[in-house]
Structures are given as structure tokens and as C-alpha cells.
Design a protein around this ligand. Structure first.
Ligand SMILES: [Zn+2]
Length: 475
């Protein structure tokens, strides 16, 4: 970083007196950092040593916050580590890592953790206007992994820290994801080690035993048939059982792992919820006995024909469900995400889907008859390995000159539904991919240098990657 930049930065820090969490505006995916030479973030850790001593470690004031993943809001739990707000599961893993680093003689601290929407909007505004935050790159609001709670900026400029992280970070699920920012690490291996972190006032990095509890159900209370089972607690996904019969499963943690069930026989029923970690290992269990009284007619428990429960899959797959003869429609979902629906009764309601998130996934099919009455539900829990999505400009190259009329052509691999093209910060348009290509014709009004960007979008509009080239437009 050149000296004038550093001076400007210090003036900024002093004059604003704003928390570093706000100012540490490093680039996060989907903004490509490596293509933006010199646009790296603030030097981490200008804190005073006294400040550090006061703020080190875990302080348990668990609270709910609005996290954002790929633009979608969801409730997350935040605690304070090293004086910074950090998502609870990220915090639990970080504390383990910090303790082991300390044992190896390396002092590891968090410089910036979870960011609120307001903070990200501020940083993004700075990036657009270049009036603040040193004009650093920032992901658009809702799309920074500092908002999902997964990203931490660490004190990698301190002695030994970066080397230790490079060797051991992955053992704790932390990965460096922004090429130009060696301080930006993300907890990508999933799981919910944060449950219980703050329960006995314990400031240990305990990863033990996500505990589960049913929500909204009073033991021995009477409930009409056709009831929602929901639990809260630390798990990646949850399966429900009654009398050892599998009822359903959910990966929708934010929604309380909701599953709607009907029972065949009324009366006292003991419902069991089992929580599993990201590796599908059982980590928690809870049960409640309810009196189920007359309500809906019992629904059939249906089965997926494809993909088979417990299997491993990669890439696109066909969903098929074994449905009764009166079925006319099957609707598929994965947790809160709709996967589409099929009316092809004579091929088991086959529906092609491209999942984009790796890990154990819970898929659900709800089957309806001609009157739109639900006939039953099917569940399958699979280990999914998402193919890498890439996008690359094919016909414009870094540093070359082009006329005002440019055909932008990008090649994609993996589950890319559309490509959005940008020139500097302006969107030129969004084009659906066909045959692994997206093409956009655009006429520039003025000449000059333009940074062209092609952003690969998944089926839910989430960013999967991008390519950037700087070119000259010659009128
Ligand atoms: Zn960062």
C-alpha cells in the first residue's frame, strides 16, 4: 500500500472513529478481488495492545441477527469474540482454532466478523462513490459472506499468523477465499458446533452435542392430525420418527426444520427428532409425547425412486417419486428452496434439478391429486457434491481495444442458469445460458477504459463466480 494511501486511511480512522468492523471493507465473493489490482482492503489490526487485552476471547451475549446468504435473509445467532460480533457456529470453530494456535505460540485474533446490512450498505456505497473506506471493493449488500456470518478477517499481518493459518486453517473448516486478501477466511465446512457454546457461561470452544427441543408443542397436549413438527437447536438437518417409523426430514434450520405429519392411528404418540451434523452423523435427539386427535385423513408416506436415500451424487439429477395412481402433480423442494414440479405421471413425476450447494441435502416431494388435495410426502437425504461453476469471457481479452459495438460472449461450466454482464458498476443485462454460452450485444455511448464483468448466476439468482477483463472502447 503506498504511503499516501496509508495516511489517508489513518486520517479516515481517526476522523470517523467508526468501528473497524465497518471500515474493514475487503472484497468478498462475488466481487472478484484478484482482477482489481490495488483495491485490497484496509490493513487489518490497527488496534492498541490494551484494547486487544480487554477484548480477547468469548463474551456470551447470544442474540438474533439478520444474516444474508446470496441475498436471502435468515435469522442467525451472534456472539462476541475478541470484541467483534461473530455468528455462533463460526465462533465455536474459531475458538477451537484460536486455542490451538495459542498452544503453538501464535496469537490469532478476529479483526472483523459479522456485518449488518447497514454496515455492508455503507461499504458498498463507499465502493460506488469512492468517497470513503479508501474506495475499497465491497460485495453488494446481501452478498458478502461477512453478512452470512461465515467470513472472518484475521490478524494475518502479525508474526506467524498467516503461516499457521495456511497450514492448519482447513483442519478447522476455515479457508482463504479472496486471492488478494490474505486476512479474509471463511468457515465453509458447515455443521453447527455453536450449540451449547454459551449455555453454561462456558467460554470454552465446546463443539459438543447440539441439543434439540420441540417448538410449540406441549407434552401430552392434544393436537389435530396433520400437525407441524418443529425443533430448535444445533443441527445441520433433522429427521423425525414416531414408533420407529421415519416421518420426514428437513434441512431448513432457519425455519425450525419444519415437517408436516399425519399419523395412521390416533391417540398417544411419541415423536422423536434426531439432529445430524454436516456429515450426517447423529449428534442430538429429543422426544415429545402428544395426544393426536381427529383431524386430517392420514396421508400416505411415499418414497423417492431417485435419488436413493443415503446415496452420494454430483451434478444434475432426476427426481422421481413413487406416487399413487390418483396423483397428478409432484412438487419438489430442498428445505426452503423450491426445486420445481412435474405433472409427468407416467414417468414417476420425473423432474431434472441442478443443486448448487454441496453437503447432505434433504429433498422433499409433495404429491397432489386432481382436486389439489395432498396425497402424501416423500423424503430422501443424500450427500451432494456440487460441480464447480465457472464463467469466462471468450471474445474480449484484457488490455485490448474494441469498437463501441461489442458482442460479449462468455462460456460457462457447471449449473449456471444465467450470466449478468457489467461494465464498471453498471449492469448491461442478464442473459440465460444456452449450450454453456451466454451472448450479449451492447453498444457503448462513449469510449474509454471499461472493466467488463461476467457474473455466473445459479437457478435462484445466486452468484456462482465471475470473470473480469479491462478493455478500451475506441469510438
Ligand atoms: Zn473479509
Amino acid at each position: 500500500m503506498p504511503l499516501p494511501t496509508l495516511l489517508r486511511l489513518h486520517v479516515l480512522l481517526l476522523s470517523l472513529g467508526v468501528a473497524l468492523a465497518v471500515l474493514s471493507g475487503c472484497a468478498d465473493p462475488p466481487v472478484a478481488a484478484d482482477a482489481q489490482a490495488g483495491a485490497d482492503g484496509v490493513e487489518p489490526d490497527p488496534r492498541e495492545p490494551d484494547d486487544l487485552a480487554l477484548k480477547s476471547g468469548l463474551s456470551c451475549h447470544p442474540r438474533s441477527a439478520s444474516g444474508y446468504t446470496a441475498g436471502a435473509r435468515r435469522a442467525i445467532t451472534v456472539v462476541d469474540v475478541d470484541g467483534r460480533p461473530v455468528e455462533i457456529n463460526t465462533a465455536a470453530r474459531f475458538l477451537e482454532m484460536q486455542a490451538d494456535a495459542q498452544a503453538a505460540g501464535v496469537s490469532l485474533y478476529i479483526v472483523s466478523g459479522f456485518r449488518t446490512m447497514e454496515e455492508q450498505q455503507y461499504l458498498y456505497g463507499c465502493y460506488l462513490s469512492c468517497n470513503c473506506n479508501n474506495c475499497n471493493l465491497a460485495a453488494s449488500p446481501g452478498y458478502s459472506n461477512h453478512q452470512s456470518g461465515l467470513a472472518l478477517d484475521l490478524n494475518t499481518s502479525d508474526w506467524g499468523v498467516y503461516d499457521w493459518l495456511a497450514r492448519h486453517g482447513a483442519d478447522y473448516g476455515f479457508h482463504r477465499t479472496v486471492p488478494s486478501e490474505d486476512w479474509h477466511w471463511e468457515y465453509l465446512d458447515g455443521g453447527a458446533p455453536g450449540a451449547g457454546l454459551c449455555e453454561s457461561g462456558g467460554a470454552t470452544g465446546s463443539t459438543s452435542h447440539g441439543d434439540l427441543a420441540f417448538v410449540g408443542l406441549t407434552p401430552n397436549g392434544a393436537y389435530r392430525n396433520g400437525l407441524w413438527l418443529k425443533v430448535k437447536g444445533g443441527a445441520h438437518h433433522v429427521r423425525y420418527f414416531a414408533d420407529d417409523v421415519f416421518l420426514g426430514a428437513s434441512e431448513d434450520r432457519a425455519g425450525g426444520f419444519p415437517v408436516r405429519v399425519t399419523v395412521q392411528y390416533l391417540g398417544a404418540k411419541t415423536f422423536v427428532a434426531k439432529g445430524y451434523d454436516a456429515e450426517d452423523t447423529a449428534v442430538a435427539e429429543t422426544r415429545v409425547t402428544l395426544q393426536v386427535v381427529a383431524g386430517e385423513t392420514p396421508k400416505a408416506r411415499l418414497k423417492f425412486i431417485s435419488p436413493a436415500d443415503g446415496g452420494s451424487f454430483a451434478g444434475g439429477m432426476w427426481l422421481k417419486v413413487d406416487a399413487p395412481a390418483s396423483a397428478v402433480r409432484a412438487v419438489y423442494s430442498a428445505g426452503p428452496y423450491a426445486l420445481g414440479e412435474s405433472g409427468v405421471a407416467d414417468d414417476h413425476f420425473a423432474q431434472r434439478v441442478d443443486l448448487t450447494t454441496s453437503g447432505w441435502r434433504v429433498l422433499q416431494a409433495v404429491v397432489y391429486d386432481r382436486d389439489d388435495t395432498e396425497l402424501g410426502r416423500a423424503y430422501t437425504v443424500i450427500d451432494f457434491d456440487a460441480p464447480a461453476a465457472t464463467v469466462k469471457f471468450e471474445n474480449v481479452t484484457e488490455g485490448n481495444a474494441y469498437g463501441r459495438e461489442v458482442v460479449l460472449r462468455a462460456a460457462t461450466t457447471g449449473p449456471v442458469a444465467a450470466v449478468e454482464f457489467f461494465a464498471d458498476r453498471w449492469s448491461l443485462g442478464k442473459v440465460a445460458t444456452g449450450n454453456s454460452h451466454a451472448v450479449l450485444r451492447y453498444t457503448f455511448q462513449q469510449g474509454g477504459r471499461r472493466v467488463l464483468r461476467a457474473v455466473a448466476l445459479g437457478t435462484r439468482g445466486e452468484s456462482l463466480g465471475e470473470d473480469t477483463v479491462a478493455v478500451d472502447i475506441v469510438p
